[in-house]
Design a protein around this ligand. Structure first.
Ligand SMILES: [Zn+2]
Length: 211
């Protein structure tokens, strides 16, 4: 039987190393962090700390004003080649795009606004500044109960929004991009998932993960 055409489609896109051509957060840390921020990556890789604690420790090392770091982001950090065209392609077909990222808000917004994409919905970590420097990082999308223990629980977004759409596409390449897959797909990182009839009568909801 031929599946019905998607009626309402959303595409969730990771930022660092996916929408952005490189891990933009690492470039920001290389330029502005005071101290050995890579040490926290190592502790995360060895399973000693959660992803949430890793990014909190790293971002707290950033020494710069919002203006300095936003200007650096606008000047030095690039989107992946073709991403702009991808957004245009999706918009022409009324496909929604949401950026889900563990990166900081000002950096993502600086890059997207430079590209004329400042109106894309972005769900990310939040930097709070005083006049001199970043004073704390807030994690409005942290989920205490989720196994991922990321600062931004991406699976939570998919869960929260999934009933609004007939078809969901997820694009990401980081460890926390597996959270949406693990929440909904038991065995394969690339698979279709059919909803139970009670969740959405007469429709098939598919979640495809590209990593
Ligand atoms: Zn999660």
């Amino acid at each position: 039987m031929t599946p019905a055409q998607p009626q309402h489609l959303v595409i969730f896109v990771d930022f660092d190393g996916t929408a952005a051509e490189e891990i933009a957060s690492n470039r920001l840390l290389e330029r502005f962090a005071e101290g050995d921020w890579r040490e926290w990556d190592q502790q995360f890789d060895e399973g000693k700390i959660s992803f949430k604690d890793c990014v909190l420790e790293q971002f707290s090392m950033l020494a710069g004003t919002r203006e300095e770091m936003s200007e650096f982001s606008r000047r030095e950090l690039r989107l992946r080649a073709g991403f702009h065209e991808f957004v245009q392609y999706c918009r022409a077909r009324d496909y929604e795009i949401h950026i889900l990222s563990e990166a900081l808000d000002f950096m993502i917004h600086a890059i997207l606004e430079r590209e004329g994409l400042g109106n894309l919905p972005v769900y990310c970590d939040r930097a709070v500044f005083n006049s001199n420097r970043l004073v704390r990082v807030e994690l409005p999308h942290f989920c205490e109960d989720c196994h991922c223990k990321a600062g931004n629980c991406k699976g939570g977004h998919v869960e929260k929004l999934r009933d609004r759409y007939d078809f969901i596409v997820y694009i990401g390449d980081g460890s926390n991009d597996l959270c949406p897959a693990k929440k909904r797909i038991s065995s394969s990182p690339a698979a279709d998932w059919q909803s139970s009839a009670k969740r959405r009568a007469s429709s098939t909801i598919r979640l495809r993960i590209f990593i």
